[in-house]
Design a binder for this molecule. Structure first.
Ligand code: LMR
Length: 297
C-alpha cells in the first residue's frame, strides 16, 4: 500500500463537502489503493457541524481513510502540505470560481500557476447530459463538449467539436441532435443558467452534482484523461491560446497526462463561437480588474 496522502478540503462543514467527502474517502478520486488523510478546514462557528461530519466519516468504516483532522486553523489545515508545495493541486469551487482561483494563484506565487484550476466540470457534465438526453443515449456516449470561459451565465457551452456514439458510430453532435436552433439557443442557455435553476428549485445551490464534478475533475487531474478525449477545466490563460487574453483563469478543453494539463489546441473556431468566447473573456477581464483594484485599496 502507498503512503497516505493528505487531502485538504475547505468549507468542509458545507453541503458540497458533505456530498464530496465520502467519495474522496472511499477512493473514487485518488484510486482504490491510495490511503487518505482528510484535513477538514472550516470557520469557527461551523466546528460543531464539522464534528458531526467527522463522526459520520468514522462511522462509514472506510479502509482507505487513515485519519480525519478537523480544524478551524489555517496553520493546522495547511501544515505538512508545504512538503508537497510543488506538487500540490488546487481546485477552486467557490464563486466567482475563476476570479477566486486567479486571486488565490496570485496570492501564492511560489506555487506554479499550472497547479491552480477552477471547476467548470459541473458545466461540462451538464452540457454532456443535456445532449445525451436529447439523443436518448447514455451520458458517456457524448464526448468532447467544451465549456469556454467563466463559470457564470456568460460561459459558452460548445458542441461544435463534440461527438455522439449512436449504435457503434461516432457522429458529430450537430448531426446526432439534428436541431441546430436548439443547440445554438436553448441548449446554451439551459447550461448557462442551470446553477440558478437548481437554486430556484431546491432553495439551495447544487451540491450532489457539484461534488461529483469535483471528483471527476480531481480524478482526471490525478490519473489523466482518456486518449482522444478532452475535458473542460478553468486554467491559467497565458495569452497564446485561442486569442484569449492573458492573466485570466479561463475554461478551456484540456488533456491531462502525468498530472499536467495541456490546452487542446488547433480547433477551428467559427464566428458564432468566437463572439461567445470573447464575451465570456470580457466578463473575466472585468471581474479580475475589479478584484485587483479592490485588493490594492
Ligand atoms: C452552480 O453552477 O450550480 C453554482 O455555481 C451556482 C451557485 O451560484 O452556487
Amino acid at each position: 500500500m502507498a503512503e497516505p496522502i493528505r487531502v485538504l478540503v475547505t468549507g468542509a462543514a458545507g453541503q458540497i463537502a458533505y456530498s464530496l467527502l465520502y467519495s474522496i474517502a472511499k477512493g473514487d478520486v485518488f484510486g482504490k489503493d491510495q490511503p487518505i488523510i482528510l484535513v477538514l478546514l472550516d470557520i469557527p462557528p461551523m466546528l460543531p457541524v464539522l464534528d458531526g461530519v467527522v463522526m459520520e466519516l468514522q462511522d462509514c468504516a472506510l479502509p482507505l481513510l487513515r485519519e480525519v483532522i478537523p480544524t478551524d486553523k489555517v496553520e493546522v489545515g495547511f501544515k505538512d502540505l508545504d512538503a508537497a508545495i510543488l506538487t500540490v493541486k488546487v481546485l477552486v469551487v467557490g464563486n466567482p470560481a475563476n476570479t477566486n482561483c486567479l486571486i488565490a494563484s496570485k496570492s501564492a506565487p511560489s506555487i506554479p500557476k499550472e497547479n491552480f484550476s477552477c471547476l467548470t466540470r459541473l458545466d461540462h457534465n451538464r452540457a454532456r447530459s443535456q445532449v445525451a438526453m436529447r439523443c436518448e443515449v447514455p451520458a458517456d456516449a457524448v464526448k468532447n463538449v467544451i465549456i469556454w470561459g467563466n463559470h457564470s451565465s456568460t460561459q459558452y457551452p460548445d458542441v461544435h467539436h463534440a461527438v455522439v456514439k449512436l449504435s457503434s458510430n461516432e457522429v458529430p453532435a450537430f448531426d446526432a441532435v439534428n436541431d441546430d436552433s436548439w443547440l445554438k439557443g436553448d441548449f446554451i442557455s439551459t447550461v448557462q443558467l442551470r446553477g440558478a435553476a437548481v437554486i430556484k428549485a431546491r432553495k439551495l445551490s447544487s451540491a450532489m452534482s457539484a461534488a461529483k464534478a469535483i471528483c471527476d475533475h480531481m480524478r482526471d487531474w490525478w490519473f489523466g484523461t482518456l486518449d482522444g478525449e478532452f475535458m473542460s477545466m478553468g486554467v491559467y490563460a497565458g495569452g497564446n491560446s485561442y486569442g484569449i487574453p492573458e492573466d485570466l483563469i479561463y475554461s478551456f478543453p484540456v488533456h491531462i497526462k502525468n498530472k499536467t494539463w495541456t490546452i487542446h489546441g488547433g480547433l477551428p473556431i467559427n464566428d458564432f463561437s468566437r463572439a461567445k468566447m470573447d464575451a465570456t473573456a470580457a466578463e473575466l477581464v472585468e471581474e479580475r480588474d475589479t478584484a485587483l483594484s479592490f485588493l490594492s485599496q
